[in-house]
Design a protein around this ligand. Structure first.
Ligand code: C2E
Ligand code: CA
Ligand code: CA
Length: 650
């Protein structure tokens, strides 16, 4: 269709004489005004400062120049009285050059936006620049020697070689080639928007050709530009809270890093809302909106996740930023008194290393992860060191995950023997994981289990621990030790994977040990959905003889109905209950009756974190079947377990 339109334009332009002063400046004035509005819009609102945006701004600028020169050219013409049109010719050539610049910029824009590989980008750019230079040179030459654009004394315009049209067509062809050839690089709806704008441009040119007009040439360039503004560079504001998305934060950091601007930032996390399906309630949104605009000059608010926002501003524009931060925190205190939602707040100044890597989001998240609830943390260099460690652990975890080596030497199985009150012996134990990493040595679960869970690596770690636990069970059996079972810890997250029970079953089978020698510890499910998944998996694995422990009982909100619906063998009372039962009589009564209830229902009760003889005595009198804690042993490498276990015949 494009080709057809263009054919009509050529025919019309060659076939009839145009009157140069048929021109009306209206269209060009509209272009100038529209470009002006676009510039106002992008400077007053926040626009991600991407490379493509830079090219877009250049396009708008050159478009204004082109429209302006078109106006000047025709205006000059009406003022010529002596028949000397040299000035008009010069401006006319300039006008074409501006439009060609724009066409060249379209090519650059498409190459940038679609992230086209260097192997294609280079030849396309080279071709475009050659076309650009050649058409401008030909335009100049044909204008000078009279073979191109020429004006008669009576104001008729004689077009010889229409070099502008030829150049336009070549550039249009290059752009269309890229847009169609690489259409899959961008979201379909966005591509449709661009195609639409191109069709409108061609239509306008066709209509102006048909009516022997030339006033709308520049205007036809406007539609792709508006499409760019709307489809690519519009502001991704969340209207209610006034925040922009996390991707835009990266753009802002890159932009300011390249210009060596320091930034200050504040981060607010409210964990209650930071979950799928939740968001800040209206009254909190209002407060955040106020905070985002009142305390810092030129601050931009980013929404990182449902319950997490980050405010960023230029340090230079807020040189008294320490004051401003304090004022904000004081105001926050007052708001907190009203709402009482648990929070974590971070404030800091940009750090070269983090800016260079453009990793503020994970940097801030990592600080939040380590800090206490309802505190404010001022970022310092220790946080960077902590973050580097985190990144190192994460990359090692990723590597462990990809290798999927069940005997990976970086994953250590530690183990804590459990005292069996009935037999008076150690015949069960809990496997506990450690990492041993080259650069930092031994790493404890609180430093890597959450990371492994968040990144989907946890299941492989469980498989490795299970393998190493099976190795030890097999060894103990072969050596004649009385080993009833060893439990491993499993995360609720990994149970959601359909292959979970199969993977576990496979490893135990491959090791040729009885299924009942392995137990799985899980914590209570938080949601109904988790509970349903857990129930079906526990039932499946229980059929095979694997035992189940409910871990950390007493730490969360317990749902007795759910607990009783699951066929647990052992309920592990968390150390906090052991401590509580020592502190006051009411708590003791509660723990005591919970334990006796479970034991009446045929569960075994295990107390965790038994540290002293006093703890031990008390727990034994509170329906204990098993005891675990530093009183007996700290976690030890699993191969040392035999020190605690006794031989079957002994
Ligand atoms: P958990 O399952 O509740 O494990 C018991 C934790 O309490 C262990 O910490 C253990 O060293 C510690 N502990 C044992 N006795 C005492 C005591 O007398 N006093 C005190 N204060 N603490 C005691 P650890 O090894 O640092 O593990 C922490 C948590 O990490 C575990 O809590 C468990 O939730 C998780 N974890 C450990 N290994 C694994 C694993 O292989 N897989 C998964 N998914 N999680 C694991
Ligand atoms: Ca456990
Ligand atoms: Ca526990």
């Amino acid at each position: 269709m494009g080709i057809l339109n263009v054919g009509v334009i050529i025919m019309n332009q060659v076939g009839q004489n145009l009157y140069f002063d048929d021109y009306s400046p209206t269209a060009d004035m509209v272009v100038i005004a529209t470009c002006f509005v676009i510039i106002v819009l992008v400077t007053t609102s926040y626009v991600p400062k991407t490379k493509a945006f830079g090219v877009f701004l250049a396009i708008v600028g050159w478009l204004m120049l082109a429209a302006f020169s078109d106006v000047i050219c025709h205006d000059w013409y009406t003022h010529v009285t002596d028949g000397n049109y040299t000035g008009v010719y010069v401006v006319r050539v300039l006008y074409h050059a501006f439009l060609f610049t724009n066409l060249l910029l379209y090519v650059v824009y498409i190459l940038t936006l679609m992230q086209i590989e260097i192997e294609i980008k280079k030849p396309v750019m080279r071709l475009s620049v050659v076309v650009y230079v050649v058409v401008i040179v030909i335009d100049i030459v044909t204008t000078v020697n009279g073979k191109g654009f020429n004006l008669n004394k009576d104001g008729t315009e004689i077009s010889g070689v229409n070099i502008f049209l030829i150049g336009y067509l070549i550039f249009a062809a290059i752009c269309l080639f890229l847009m169609i050839g690489f259409r899959n690089r961008l979201y379909k709806q966005i591509m449709r928007g661009f195609y639409g704008s191109v069709v409108v441009s061609f239509l306008l040119l066709y209509l102006q050709g048909k009516h022997g007009q030339s006033s709308y040439t520049v205007a036809s360039f406007l539609f792709p530009t508006i499409a760019m503004l709307y489809l690519v560079h519009s502001t991704p504001y969340d209207i209610e809270i006034g925040a922009i998305n996390a991707k835009a934060l990266e753009d802002l950091v890159r932009y300011n890093y390249n210009r060596k601007n320091d930034l200050i930032y504040m981060s607010l996390l409210i964990p209650d809302f930071d979950m799928e399906g939740k968001s800040f309630p209206k009254e909190i949104q209002k407060v955040i909106r106020k905070f985002a605009s009142e305390f810092f000059r030129g601050a931009v608010l980013f929404q990182i996740s449902n319950g997490h926002v980050v405010l960023m501003a230029r340090k230079k524009m807020n040189s008294d930023y320490e004051n401003r931060i304090n004022k904000l925190l004081n105001a926050f205190e007052a708001e907190y008194e009203k709402f009482k939602f648990d929070y974590k707040i971070i404030a800091g100044v940009s750090i070269e290393e983090i800016s260079r890597k453009n990793e503020y989001i994970s940097f801030i998240r990592n600080i939040h992860r380590h800090m206490k609830m309802n505190t404010v943390h001022m970022v310092d260099y220790e946080d960077v060191e902590e973050f580097n460690k985190y990144e190192y652990i994460l990359s090692e975890l990723g590597d462990i995950y990809r290798r999927h080596d069940l005997r990976d030497s970086r994953v250590l199985a530690y183990c804590q023997p459990v005292y069996n009150i009935e037999t008076g012996k150690y015949d069960t134990a809990e496997a506990l994981m450690r990492l041993k990493l080259q650069d930092i040595g031994l790493v404890y679960p609180d430093q890597f289990i959450p990371l492994a869970e968040e990144n989907g690596y946890i299941h492989v770690l469980t498989e490795i621990i299970l393998q190493k636990t099976c190795d030890e069970i097999k060894y103990l059996i072969n050596e004649g030790y009385d080993v009833k079972r060893i439990s491993i810890n499993v995360s609720v997250l990994e149970m959601k994977d359909l292959a979970f029970s199969e993977d576990i079953g496979k490893i135990i089978d491959n090791n040729d040990i009885p299924n009942e020698k392995v137990a799985i510890e899980i914590t209570e499910s938080q949601t109904e959905n988790d509970f349903i998944v857990m129930k079906s998996i526990i039932n499946k694995l229980k059929e095979k003889g694997i035992k189940f422990y409910l871990d950390d009982f007493g730490t969360g909100y317990s749902n007795m109905e759910r607990i009783l619906e699951l066929p647990f063998d052992i309920i592990k009372f968390d150390r906090s209950l052991v401590i509580a039962s020592d502190a006051d009589i009411r708590a003791k009564k509660m723990v005591e009756s919970l334990a006796s209830m479970f034991s009446n229902l045929n569960y075994s009760v295990l107390y965790e974190g038994v540290e002293t003889e006093v703890d031990e005595d008390r727990c034994i009198r509170m329906s204990a079947s098993y005891l675990q804690g530093y009183k007996y042993s700290r976690p030890i490498p699993i191969i040392e377990l035999k020190r605690f276990f006794s031989k079957v015949d002994a």
